[in-house]
Write a protein that binds this ligand. Structure first.
Ligand code: PXL
Length: 284
């Protein structure tokens, strides 16, 4: 994984939305990609008008432009892994599914696909049209190498109200039945979990528990995006799924540990926690 001068790194693609506050969405994805040693490409699907307090506007990109962005980078640059974030509408989800098929992206294709089914911001502002849940369930999940919902998204997608570890297992089974190759049930939104923050990976046969610490902070904006991006980077490096998820978990624990306050609302995790201040090293 160590970069060498003049060598092209693995290439990844984020298909997602922007956050003008710079904490979540494509900004977080590209920073996580950079920190994880891959070149990041982007297909912008939606632009949000947003700061740390909330989302006051959403503008979607025409589906031809979204498919165009995916197609041109896949054809020219080549992709070792891709992920989706905020897709906003059923129409965009359908267009992204088609573009994935056209460009060899998805489970059992050359380019694995991580689907982070973003539904709302941390403030509860909607980032997904209500009728788009069916599109996720029917078109994108069956194409996914991994889906990474949080507990709020799980409530919307499979109507499981997860309140404990058994609930995480039940939700993982219900989500897997929707057709994804594997699911990661994130425990970050499970309050009062004294054991920390446990994520649960399930591929239809084996459960893998990924324990981690829980930090007492409200500055977790962009955490889900950064985790899904780090897992995508791990896959692009050629790691097997379980190892890519472990890679992502190690990365996100440190990103949350290094989170910082910003504005009057929720601050972001720090996707660049591992990047050293190069200006403090002697000039050559
Ligand atoms: O963190 C989820 C997310 C993804 N993408 C965009 C967002 C958010 C949360 O606010 O704004 C664009």
């Amino acid at each position: 994984m160590r970069p060498t001068v003049g060598t092209t790194p693995p290439r990844t693609l984020t298909i997602a939305g922007t956050d003008s506050g710079g904490g979540a969405g494509i900004a977080a994805d590209l920073r996580a990609f950079a920190a994880c040693g891959v070149h990041g490409c982007l297909a912008v699907c939606a632009v949000t008008v947003q700061n740390t307090v909330g989302v006051t506007g959403v503008h979607t990109v025409p589906v031809e432009t979204i498919a165009g962005q995916i197609g041109v980078v896949a054809a020219d640059i080549g992709l070792q892994a891709a992920k989706t974030g905020m897709l906003a509408t059923a129409e965009i989800i359908a267009a992204v599914a088609r573009a994935c098929d056209d460009n060899g992206i998805g489970a059992d294709r050359a380019t694995p696909l991580v689907v982070d089914p973003v539904a709302a911001s941390m403030h509860g502002d909607p980032l997904l049209a209500g009728e788009a849940l069916d599109a996720y369930r029917e078109t994108l999940f069956p194409r996914a190498t991994l889906v990474t919902p949080n507990l709020d998204e799980i409530r919307l997608l499979v109507e499981h109200d997860v309140t404990d570890r058994d609930g995480q297992y039940a939700a993982a089974r219900a989500l897997h039945a929707l057709g994804a190759h594997a699911v990661l049930v994130k425990g970050g939104h499970l309050p009062g979990d004294a054991e920390g923050c446990l994520d649960l990976l399930y591929d239809g046969e084996t459960f893998v528990e990924l324990p981690g610490p829980r930090f007492d902070t409200a500055n977790t904006h962009g955490g889900g995006d950064s985790l899904a991006s780090a897992i995508t980077a791990g896959l692009a490096h050629g790691l097997h799924l379980v190892e890519a998820v472990r890679f992502g978990k190690r990365y996100i624990v440190e990103a949350v540990r290094h989170s910082y306050p910003l504005g009057a609302g929720h601050g972001p995790v720090s996707p660049l926690w591992a990047v050293r201040p190069w200006w403090e090293t002697p000039a050559p």
